[in-house]
Design a protein around this ligand. Structure first.
Ligand code: FAD
Length: 626
């Protein structure tokens, strides 16, 4: 069996940044990814990476970024994570440049920064609307540079020389984290092409597997997002927090049906695009919540003036945080003011010259022309909400990214919880990946290399993992694709953007039924590249994670960020003090309320007291300001 110090599961932004750090700290590192190397979801990121470099507006700094992030997350963010993220993001962007990334520039040669919803200043460093691609390309290049250094150091000419410090296992899927006692001892999984099983012994595992969107029918997420890391963590004894908070991005494509859900980047609105209903009304002015009113324009004139002169005008309401815009679109469509295909119009054609649209939004221009036969330089797009991101994830220590429950387990990126609270701001994921990916790699390496005695891989665990993976080849009659479709429909219809207790209970009943049926899932053929088998194995993860989402959604009796309860429409200050934490007891998902860490007085002092009164209870403000 191969042995490493650190296994990183996932080769997106978080996984690669973790692997680079761990390798640079002297650990031997394996990176495992279920797609081809370079194909991770991070590649799809379009708009940019949020960091308060202050290039476009000198007033920006980490404190303003921290404030925006906490406001966006409705103060449910882990404050220490939000602080570290805001402080360290600029360094991570600079570091990418030193590794070869080339961001778009301002006229005077600095890294250009664009506007995005919920960010007070233009803050997103970007490469057109293909920022994720540049990020992954740069991290891969750094991986290769490290491998070349290892090759030189070993003096070996064969692949083993290059891979002596850092090896990538592509198209491998992890299905179990192995443990000895409480501690992590390695991972088990299968090779997608051959169907063979593999196991790697390692005392530290970093989960960087991304999100859960494939449990929902309409989603911007790719096939990889089946919640594997979330489920692997749960099954290993770790806990998930904030799983009720799922972000529905306001603007996904709605037509044609084959591309429904594909993302329309927020940069379209950041660069001047406006939302209109079928009456031609710019409806977002009708949906500015009281808490945001002071910062948002009241007239179209003021909103339009903001693009040229942000000091003299307030921001357009199209740039409210995503949860607000998604709910507004949902309401307009429900009120019968939607487009023919059940969305609203997003228009940039009447706002910018055609050449400028093509320069700033090349992927969007291409995407609509190729997929919907729409020229966005001449006509509006039709858009509607799509499941995009999960705020909930593995509970981690903010400084080390370590799971407090399972020694040797770390998590970073979308699979980790806490950073974004009830709602993530656009651009804050790419920065999160780099800040916490680096921290996870650093601490995983320190943990692994500091151990005097390593946990062993037990043969019984391997045998159990093998049996579990082979179970779908039994004589079960349930079809994995049918089960997946039913799951997606259930989550979309009953635990979607607007939730009601009765419907969520119904979803839980269906999920229990689906879990029963999934135990009898059957696949045909053999183990060589067999997508039906792969899906059958992914179903365990999607069902577990969906149950966490539904159970937490039922318990949280308020509306906040990415969780909207029609039967509890208001935000409740008492609920802000609590996270909902999911764990496994036997085979059952259990959810408990856990107090949120207090906001340090110096961080609290960054906010205006009147604003805090909307989120904090009077006792909290008295105690904490005292
Ligand atoms: P990923 O990049 O998804 O990587 C996950 C990795 O885990 C993959 O390598 C996968 O193969 C591997 N994996 C998963 N399960 C297993 C398993 N069982 N075994 C082995 N490997 C496994 N955020 C921003 O900040 N700015 C943006 O502009 C932006 N634009 C976006 C546009 C789109 C269309 C989408 C969908 C998201 C966007 N986001 C953006 C969000 C952001 O891209 C993601 O949150 C982020 O890329 C997640 O990165 P990650 O490293 O956590 O995971």
């Amino acid at each position: 069996m191969d042995e490493y110090d650190v296994v990183v599961v996932g080769a997106g932004g978080a996984g690669l940044r973790a692997a680079i750090e761990a390798r640079e700290r002297g650990a031997r590192v394996a990176v495992i990814c279920k797609s081809l190397f370079g194909k991770a979801h991070t590649v799809m990121a379009e708009g940019g990476i949020a960091a308060s470099m202050g290039n476009a507006n000198g007033s920006d700094d980490w404190q303003v970024h921290f404030r925006d992030t906490m406001r966006g997350g409705k103060f449910l963010n882990h404050p220490r994570m939000a602080e570290l993220h805001a402080k360290e993001a600029p360094d991570r962007v600079w570091e990418l440049e030193t590794w070869g990334a080339l961001f778009d520039r301002t006229a005077d040669g600095r890294i250009s920064q664009r506007n995005f919803g919920g960010h007070e200043y233009p803050r997103l460093a970007h490469v057109g609307d293909r920022t994720g691609l540049e990020l992954i390309r740069t991290l891969q290049q750094k991986v290769v540079a490290l491998q070349q250094a290892d090759h030189r150091a070993t003096g070996r000419k064969d692949p083993a020389g290059y891979e002596s410090g850092l090896r990538i296992f592509q198209e491998y899927t992890v299905t179990r984290i192995l443990k000895e006692g409480d501690r992590v001892s390695g991972v088990f999984g299968y090779v997608r092409e051959s169907g063979e099983f593999f196991a790697i012994a390692a005392p530290a595992v970093v989960l960087a597997t991304g999100g859960i969107g494939k449990s929902f029918k309409v989603t911007s997420n790719s096939w990889e997002y089946t919640g594997d890391g979330h489920a692997l963590a749960l099954l290993a004894g770790a806990r998930l927090l904030n799983m009720e908070f799922v972000q529905f991005h306001p603007t996904g494509m709605v037509w044609p049906p084959s591309v429904k859900g594909i993302l329309v980047t927020e940069s379209v609105r950041g660069d001047g695009g406006v939302l209109r209903n079928s009456d031609g009304r710019r409806f977002m002015f009708d949906y500015v919540p009281d808490v945001f009113r002071p910062q948002y324009a009241e007239t179209e004139e003021e909103a339009d003036g903001w693009y040229a002169d942000p000091a003299a005008n307030r921001r357009p309401p199209e740039l409210l945080p995503r949860d607000e815009v998604a709910r507004a679109i949902n309401s307009e469509v429900k009120a019968g003011r939607g487009t023919p295909h059940g969305g609203v119009y997003l228009d940039v054609s009447s706002r910018l010259p055609a050449e400028e649209i093509i320069r700033r939004l090349p992927s969007m221009h291409h995407q609509f022309r190729e997929l919907a036969d729409v020229d966005i330089t001449k006509e509006p797009m039709e858009v509607g909400p799509t499941c995009h991101y999960v705020m909930g994830g593995v509970e981690v220590d903010p400084d080390t990214a370590a799971s407090p429950a399972v020694p040797g387990l770390f998590a970073a990126g979308e699979v980790a919880g806490g950073m974004h609270g009830a709602n993530r701001l656009g651009g804050n994921s790419l920065s999160d990946l780099l800040v916490f990916g680096r921290r996870a790699g650093l601490h995983a390496a320190a943990y692994a290399t500091g151990l005097t005695e390593r946990p062993a891989v037990a043969e019984e665990q391997l045998a159990a993992a093998r049996a579990e993976a082979l179970a779908p080849f039994g004589d079960g009659g349930e079809h994995p694709y049918a089960l997946h479709q039913e799951l997606q429909q259930t989550m979309n219809d009953l635990v979607g953007i607007i939730r009601r207790a009765g419907e969520v209970k119904q979803a839980l009943e269906r999920l229990a039924e689906l879990r029963d049926r999934a135990a009898r899932v059957g696949v045909e053929g053999h183990r060589q590249f067999n997508p039906g088998w792969h899906l059958a194995l992914d179903l365990r993860n999607m069902l577990l994670v969906s149950e966490c989402v539904a159970r937490a959604a039922l318990l949280r009796r308020e509306s906040r960020g990415g969780h909207t309860r029609e039967d509890w429409p208001a935000m409740d200050r008492d609920w802000r003090r609590s996270n909902l934490v999911c764990g496994l007891s036997g085979e059952s998902v259990e959810v408990v309320r856990q107090p949120l860490p207090a906001l340090r007085p110096d961080l609290l002092a960054l906010f205006d007291r009147t604003e805090l009164a909307k989120y904090f209870t009077p006792e909290e403000l008295t105690d904490e300001h005292a």
